[in-house]
Design a protein. Structure first.
Length: 483
């Protein structure tokens, strides 16, 4: 019998676990995938929005601004990279200035600090590669960029270090009300809990509707992206937005925290909650709209494209709170943009709610900081040489594109909640994220994963399930004929 079960280990679920791990309680996170960060949190713009876009008084507005202010301190506690690079919202026509001014006024009402409107000359001085058509821009210096994988994984690791249990490959198929809580019927058995936190992303409506007569609908909204090689990473310094429209903030152009350049997303409402395929039309739209904001984009340096889903609701706001007709069932639903920026505040809000309901006490032995994977590339030459003397694996480069060593990959596998798939290693170390997209390093990464994780080579997968890289001997006759 748990005190709380959190369903979903994306950034919202992990943030809730992170905050609740401060207290004395029996807490479990269940996730249907093989790892944390396998849904919306793995495929997004990686932006810590300043908070000027959300409607005044909305949860998005309040939690975005609060989360933005917390992010710098949280990044230090979790030992992850974060850069307040600032953002610009471009106005390309004098006639659109009222829209830009409305964004400014909304940001001021939301409590966003240091907002200002810049004229054409000021904007082009800051970002020379912007389109010549720029008339003015809204500048938000508090906006930032972060690695969504590292944030999500760090939150989960830190929660685990503070006693939170994680169950992967555990899909909730039904929820039954009990006198003292809920039974969660999963593919791996039944879990009993006093409280449920529903952080299931695009499937949050499915769980909500199992317990409530007031039905919820999540609309998957797909967005396509293009990622450029690091040689294009300095094309712009700040995150560049166009004026937002009905379906969101539009296509952005931004550097990433690791030095790449990213453009996207589109916004297409679909029915398939697993529909993360890119489309030719979507990628063409991304490229065309990005060129309207930033000139001379080096499209020949695109190294990969991807798509992600946002959990949109008709309310167009986060849905956070105890369900009216299901006591003890707490929704953390509709967490779309600015979900990454809001995640620290979302975790705080959920934790405060549960604390009040259960009368929780703080742990005296709470571990307040987390140490990330050791990065030899961030050390001085002398420090790196000393490290290699102690552990030669840190001198063995496995991923040439990103300069990732065997030592880092071993750490990613053997640390708390360690990687068990190639994508798990990639998100923790960036091995395979470079220009060759794992074409060179995959065999060596597989060998290390097999050795350190005790996984047979033919059982290694890209991302869990049936995504095996090598065919098993039993498959070869049917697939390739008998030899």
């Amino acid at each position: 019998m748990y005190d709380v079960v959190i369903v979903g280990s994306g950034v919202a679920g992990a943030a809730c676990a992170h905050e609740l791990s401060r207290y004395k309680l029996k807490l479990c996170v269940v996730e249907k995938e093989e790892d944390v960060c396998c849904g919306t949190s793995k495929a997004n713009s990686a932006i810590v929005h300043a908070g000027f876009d959300a409607v005044e008084g909305s949860l998005k507005a309040k939690l975005n601004v609060r989360g933005n202010r917390r992010m710098g301190e949280l990044a230090k506690e979790l030992d992850i990279p974060f850069d307040r690079n600032g953002s610009l919202v471009l106005c390309l026509d004098k006639e659109d200035m009222p829209k830009l001014d409305a964004l400014y006024q909304r940001g001021m009402a939301n409590g966003v600090e240091d907002l200002c409107i810049l004229d054409r000359e000021q904007v082009l001085e800051m970002e020379p590669k912007l389109t010549d058509q720029v008339y003015a821009a809204l500048y938000a210096p508090t906006a930032g960029i972060i690695c969504p994988f590292e944030l999500n994984i760090a939150l989960a690791e830190h929660a685990y270090a503070n006693g939170v249990e994680f169950r992967f490959g555990t899909e909730v198929k039904d929820i039954k009300r009990m006198a003292d809580g809920y039974e969660l019927h999963t593919g791996c058995g039944v879990l009993r809990t006093r409280y449920v936190v529903n952080a299931a992303g695009v499937y949050a409506d499915t769980l909500h509707n199992m317990v409530s007569e007031h039905k919820l609908t999540i609309i998957p909204r797909r967005g396509d992206y293009c990622l450029f090689d690091k040689t294009a990473g300095s094309h712009v310094r700040r995150t560049i937005f166009s004026l937002p429209g009905r379906l969101g903030k539009g296509v952005l152009v931004t550097p990433t925290i690791h030095g790449n350049l990213l453009i996207g997303p589109t916004a297409m409402e679909i029915e398939d909650k697993e529909g993360i395929n890119t489309t030719r039309e979507g990628l063409d739209e991304v490229m065309e709209k990005a060129r309207q904001s930033v000139r001379d984009l080096p499209m020949g340096r695109v190294i990969t494209s991807f798509s992600g889903l946002r959990a949109h609701t008709e309310q167009d706001d986060f849905i956070i709170g105890e369900v009216e007709d299901a006591e003890g069932f707490i929704d953390c639903a509709g967490i779309e943009s600015p979900g990454i920026a809001s995640s620290p505040a979302i975790g705080e809000m959920i934790a405060q709610l549960v604390k009040e309901r259960l009368g929780l006490e703080e742990k005296p032995d709470y571990i307040s900081v987390r140490k990330g994977i050791l990065r030899p590339s961030e050390l001085s030459r002398e420090e790196r040489q000393e490290l290699i003397k102690k552990n030669p694996a840190y001198g063995n480069i496995i991923c040439r594109c990103e300069g990732i060593t065997e030592g880092e990959i071993v750490d990613a596998i053997t640390r708390p909640l360690g990687a068990r798939t190639l994508d798990g290693i990639k998100r923790r170390t960036r091995a395979g994220m470079g220009r060759c997209q794992s074409g060179f390093c995959m065999p060596r990464v597989m060998e290390i994963l097999s050795r350190e994780g005790g996984i047979a080579m033919e059982d290694i997968t890209k991302s869990g399930g049936e995504s095996r890289i090598l065919a098993k001997p039993s498959d070869r006759g049917s697939r390739y004929g008998t030899v």
